[in-house]
Design a protein around this ligand. Structure first.
Ligand code: UD1
Ligand code: UDP
Length: 364
């Protein structure tokens, strides 16, 4: 069997890495097709180097643009590669424009699609990620749902039970594979000068379109984080995504007492995250990781497609109102940190590769 892994952004590289490792260990034929949606060194190459992933065989270098520009350019490039390579299956992961383009291009040329992290729903179609998820799920042949709840979402939308496999989320595999390395100091020295081991601090990541492309919401978040800094008297560290950095400049927003730093390599980020007093985020992957690492999370959104984190008591929704952000931080800071991890046992990648191996011969 020949597997095409289509990826293009930071979270996809991280969450696909355990699958790549499994394919390598089992000696299976695969190649990586990178769309180039992310291209800055610290959003892209650093993860290939640190996670010791093979370089992509193809990089379409589509870069940034409007949704249609990104998706359209990707589809044209992906189609060309698929027609030439003729893989037996295309794997996509998550909810980015790369996932939408990879899934659509594949299904149109008759290549089956496996969607890793299928069935997540925020039920908010104003978010580009939700549209991408729904489309990807409905065109996929194999749906790897991380949790039972994700599976139920798919069944409610009429997707056949026989296509859906509950595997756990590969982010657990990635955390298990990398946390010890992070603790042993395997990061890129990016944390020098930050009080990671010797003081208490808060960690922030905010980059989602619905937050940072909206002046009122982005300002609310920054004001809320400054209230948190003042109230608790602890540093707030924000490795800032380039999208957010650009918007701050455009809007003339001031970070106040928040310490802005460059986006971090994976091991440095994991270490910073695992030792944080609280995490504030709008990221999907960071909500999951905080839950797995037993660090309480305040989600700076009005909804989440990761409700499992809230149900186990690891996460709370705060929206973007400054006072509410502070109130939710006060609520979460003394959490018992005893919750179970709802995202699986760290063997999701192994399951996914085994399922593909069993499914493909039946289909061919
Ligand atoms: C994308 C995903 C989002 C995901 C995030 C992961 C979509 C619709 N959004 O958002 O779901 O959470 O990736 O981080 O697919 N930029 C750079 N360097 C890069 C990449 C982007 O400077 O390597 C800047 C550019 O100014 C660009 C902006 O970030 O215009 C947005 O990039 P884009 O890939 O469109 O979306 P993300 O915000 O990264
Ligand atoms: N991450 C990282 N460095 C950073 C910020 C995040 O390595 O400076 C990792 C984080 O550990 C998680 C992933 O990026 O695994 C989440 O990706 P992101 O927040 O960009 O996207 P989302 O999950 O929201 O789609």
């Amino acid at each position: 069997m020949k597997v095409a892994i289509v990826l293009g952004t930071r979270p996809e590289v991280i969450k696909m890495s355990p699958i790549v490792r499994q394919l390598e260990e089992k000696g299976l034929d695969f190649f990586i097709l990178h769309t180039g949606q992310h291209y800055s060194y610290n959003l892209d190459q650093v993860f290939f180097e640190q996670l010791r992933l093979p370089q992509p065989k193809y990089n379409l270098k589509v870069g940034s643009g409007t949704h249609a520009e990104e998706t359209g350019k990707m589809m044209i490039g992906i189609e060309r590669v698929l027609l030439e390579e003729k893989p037996d299956i295309v794997l996509v992961e998550g909810d980015t424009n790369t996932v939408l383009a990879g899934g659509l291009a594949a299904v149109k040329v008759g290549v089956p699609v496996g969607h890793v992290e299928a069935g997540l729903r925020s039920f908010d179609r104003s978010m580009p990620e939700e549209v991408n998820r729904v489309v990807a799920d409905h065109i996929s042949h194999l749906l790897f749902a991380p949790t039972e709840k994700a599976r139920e979402n798919l069944l409610k939308e009429g997707i056949g039970d026989e296509k859906v496999y509950v595997t756990g989320n590969t982010i657990v595999d990635a955390v298990h594979e990398n946390l010890e390395l992070a603790k042993e100091g395997g990061g890129n020295n990016a944390l020098e000068g930050l009080c990671v081991a010797d003081c208490e601090y808060f960690l922030v990541t905010v980059h989602r379109q619905e937050n940072v492309d909206d002046l009122r919401r982005f300002k609310g978040i920054l004001d809320g984080l400054n209230l948190v800094q003042k109230y608790f008297g602890l540093p707030v560290v924000y490795p800032i995504h380039p999208r957010s950095r650009r918007r701050m400049k455009e809007y003339g927003l001031d970070a106040g007492e928040i310490a802005l730093i460059e986006p971090l390599d994976y091991l440095s980020f994991l270490l910073l995250e695992s030792r944080a007093k609280l995490v504030f985020t709008d990221s999907g992957g960071v909500q999951e990781e905080a839950c797995i690492l037993k660090v309480p999370c305040v989600t700076l959104r009005d909804n989440t497609e990761r409700p499992e984190t809230i149900e186990v008591g690891a996460n709370i929704l705060a929206g973007t109102d400054p006072k509410n952000i502070l109130e939710k931080a006060k609520l979460m800071i003394n959490s018992g940190r005893m919750w179970p991890n709802p995202f699986g046992d760290g063997r999701a990648a192994e399951r996914i590769v085994d399922i593909i191996g069993e499914w493909l011969p039946k289909k061919l």
